[in-house]
Design a protein around this ligand. Structure first.
Ligand code: T1G
Length: 698
């Protein structure tokens, strides 16, 4: 007999009720699913023909946990809550067996922990990943998992949130059996046998937590984890909830866990982490490119240019086991590029992160060549040659001659117009920008630059390639600097103005690094090379003579202080060291410059520094949204979280502006617009409008 509600299937088989969660894509435990389980348990217990119960999941998961799309909505706490569901499972007079496959995470694992028995298929991912969302297991996981697998193993799983393959937990006490063949068949047979057993069925909650020195272990863990997670409240709370159960027993521990959950789910850090979780997935969805868009078959990759970028790009594909034809114009450049790739891998072998055989296998995937003819069969060709339009023109004209029809031609340009590059070919529909960030084999961010003619299947294809090489791909339209660099330009502009107005490099960097940026603008510039910004500003002065800039950075570059590569930049550097030492000479140069510019230096607070840098990003991001260069605010946040060292626990510039309140952001921007250099603050109309009507970006 089959009784379906929206998200749960109920069938009976050999006297066993099978409750199948059916809430694609991962059987999130939304309200309908939770209701279906409770009803299923009640139905089974009232059916005399039924002796036992199996709970399992349809599709690609047992359950991926609570339905995070319900968070902070009434449905999340609408009865039956997951607590109620698990209580009904534990109270069932007939034995309940959880049949686990593929994924049992978060609330999904907590549901399984409430069952009397658990049987798992090998290869299932088992986790309590709540801490990665800035919360903690909120349906008994901090109380049952330590009782199921022991205090230390449970604490490690809960605090790390990392998945463990089910077979690794086979002997942990979590599973009563591992499936050898068909999981459901074996679960039903197991359930029938369990029904024959007399007496109450076992409950995880009744097990004891054995540990020789629980108090000491918990205190040690709390100190270590506390020190490592200063910007995130959840990890320590996980330990506190576990400790409450150890010290005060299951029920008090459960109540305390609940308190912690309610507190954490409201924190801005959890909001930011959930925003990033969904933002990462939303980025791969392009509004006018349906997910059903057919993709081109990409088997053969070619990279043109074996320099820093070309080498790094190549490594991404080698790491994914994809062969690459690597083209250079001169043998020594090719040899140098190959040597650099090998050196990078050897460094990983030294650190024990890579085996020698893996290194050899990856290097063997490279087909070096000096001839364009070897690119004839490539399905995707990525050029990473010198950033100059004339050079790109030669490359793309040549590609147009040799590349097979349907090959995707991608440019790694970071500043040039992808439409102009596409126009060098007779196939602009096959041209796209793939802007990797240096070091290309490390940085997760990949800006996919969509030209006006770029075909939809090309976009769909490169988004899939990005996923394969584990990049966070964000689609950008064509504009100067695309999304990330266009916004960082306004950020740097404010940084330079603040030097002119009274701040010094170390103060600006310290303030924004305290806010959470991995690196402030001046340390960053010294690392990347001040001459790069200088070249862009020179171009800018030609293209936009109206855009005012503080000339202070040009002064620095005129003295040859390009940063770490010249041993001196905004900071001084001891030979061979990377520590940025405030430079008296540069500070004096800055003070002299203010005088020359007739600017009265004043004390600038850290708060003003952070506001002007971060709001400059949000304001430019708003304009990028208005122009359709980015399709959603979360895309802009993903660019900054994965490519520019923006603090994850603040969720990105757009979410941060929402958190501050756009009304307050607009007020601050208007105040800065009244100050010297205030003409840089042209408030974005969409920001002003949202500020007026209480709107937000996300
Ligand atoms: N709720 C709702 N949707 C979810 C989801 C969830 N828990 N997990 C994934 N999705 C969506 C995701 O947004 C995407 O949607 C699609 O499923 C495929 O995801 C009380 C409160 C399960 C390992 O943190 O780690 O339980 O883009 O691309 O690579 O204590 O998703 O297709 O529209 O990632 O195969 C705890 C989070 C929740 C698990 C599958 N659970 N999910 O990976 O697919 S809090 C988690 C994942 C909780 C309890 C607490 C992964 C996955 P769309 P995907 P995948």
């Amino acid at each position: 007999m089959v009784v379906d509600n929206a998200a749960v299937k109920y069938t009976t088989r050999d006297g066993v009720a099978v409750i199948t969660l059916n809430n694609p894509p991962v059987n999130g435990l939304g309200h309908a699913t939770r209701t279906g389980i409770v009803e299923g348990i009640a139905r089974a217990n009232s059916d005399a023909a039924v002796t036992a119960i199996v709970i399992t999941g349809a599709g690609k998961a047992f359950s991926g946990g609570a339905d995070i799309t319900e968070f902070n909505t009434p449905k999340a706490t609408q009865e039956p809550t997951l607590h109620t569901v698990i209580k009904e499972v534990e109270k069932s007079a007939k034995p309940v067996v959880a049949a686990i496959h593929s994924v049992a995470m978060g609330g999904g694992l907590e549901l399984a922990l409430g069952a009397h028995y658990r049987i798992a298929a090998p290869g299932a991912q088992i986790a309590l990943p709540e801490v990665k969302l800035g919360i903690l297991p909120g349906a008994g996981g901090t109380q049952r998992l330590p009782r199921a697998i022991g205090l230390e193993a449970a604490l490690n799983m809960i605090v790390s949130g990392a998945p463990v393959p089910s077979e690794k937990l086979a002997k942990s006490g979590l599973f009563d059996a591992m499936a050898q063949g068909d999981l459901l068949d074996e679960a039903v047979a197991f359930a029938r046998k369990a029904a024959d057993k007399q007496g109450p069925h076992p409950l995880v909650r009744n097990r004891k937590i054995e540990h020789p020195n629980a108090e000491g272990f918990l205190q040690f863990s709390r100190n270590t984890v506390g020190a490592m997670s200063k910007n995130y409240p959840a990890p320590v709370k996980c330990i506190d909830a576990i400790a409450a159960g150890v010290k005060q027993g299951f029920d008090k521990g459960l109540a305390y866990e609940r308190e912690c959950f309610v507190e954490l789910v409201q924190t801005p850090e959890s909001h930011a982490l959930r925003h990033a979780f969904f933002g990462e997935r939303a980025a791969s969805k392009i509004p006018d490119v349906p997910s059903s868009t057919p993709m081109r078959d990409i088997q053969k990759i070619a990279v043109i240019g074996a320099g820093t970028m070309g080498g790094g790009i190549t490594m991404n594909f080698l790491n994914a086991g994809v062969p690459v034809t690597l083209l250079e114009t001169k043998q020594e450049a090719l040899d140098r590029g190959l040597a650099t790739i090998r050196k990078n891998y050897e460094a990983q072998v030294k650190k024990g992160k890579l085996t020698q055989e893996k290194l050899d296998a990856r290097m063997a995937l490279i087909s070096p060549t000096l001839s364009y003819d070897d690119l004839k069969q490539a399905d995707l060709i990525i050029e990473a040659v010198f950033e100059e339009l004339g050079v790109k023109e030669q490359v793309f004209k040549r590609l147009d001659e040799v590349a097979k029809p349907g090959a995707i031609l991608a440019s790694n340009t970071s500043t040039l117009d992808v439409d102009k590059i596409a126009a060098f070919t007779k196939r602009p529909q096959d041209v796209v920008g793939l802007h990797f960030f240096s070091p290309a084999n490390v940085m997760k961010l990949l800006e996919v630059v969509r030209g006006k003619d770029t075909a939809k299947d090309v976009l769909a294809t490169v988004m899939q390639v990005a996923k394969k090489i584990r990049k966070t791909a964000v689609v950008s339209g064509v504009c100067d600097g695309f999304i990330g660099n266009r916004m960082i330009e306004q950020y740097v502009r404010q940084a330079l103005y603040m030097l002119e107005e009274g701040a010094l490099p170390a103060q600006v960097d310290r303030a924004i690094e305290k806010f959470g940026f991995a690196m402030g603008p001046f340390r960053m510039s010294d690392l990347a090379g001040n001459d790069i910004g200088w070249a862009i500003r020179k171009r800018r002065y030609q293209e936009h003579p109206d855009m005012k800039y503080s000339k202070i950075a040009d002064r620095l570059c005129e003295t040859g202080r390009f940063g770490q590569k010249t041993g001196a930049g905004w900071y001084d550097y001891k030979a061979g060291e990377r520590a940025a030492l405030p430079s008296k000479l540069v500070d004096e140069m800055i003070v002299a410059y203010s005088k020359e510019a007739g600017v009265e230096r004043r004390k600038i607070s850290d708060e003003e520094i952070v506001e002007r840098l971060v709001y400059a990003l949000a304001n430019e991001g708003a304009k990028i949204l208005e122009e359709g260069i980015a399709s959603k605010a979360s895309d802009i946040d993903m660019v900054y979280l994965t490519g520019y060292g923006f603090p994850l626990w603040r969720g990105g510039p757009m979410l941060y502006a929402d958190t501050v309140g756009l009304y307050n952001v607009a007020r601050s921007i208007r105040r800065y617009a009244q100050q010297p250099n205030g003409d840089a603050w042209q408030i974005a109309s969409s920001l002003a409008e949202r500020a007026e009507n209480g709107g937000s970006f996300n």
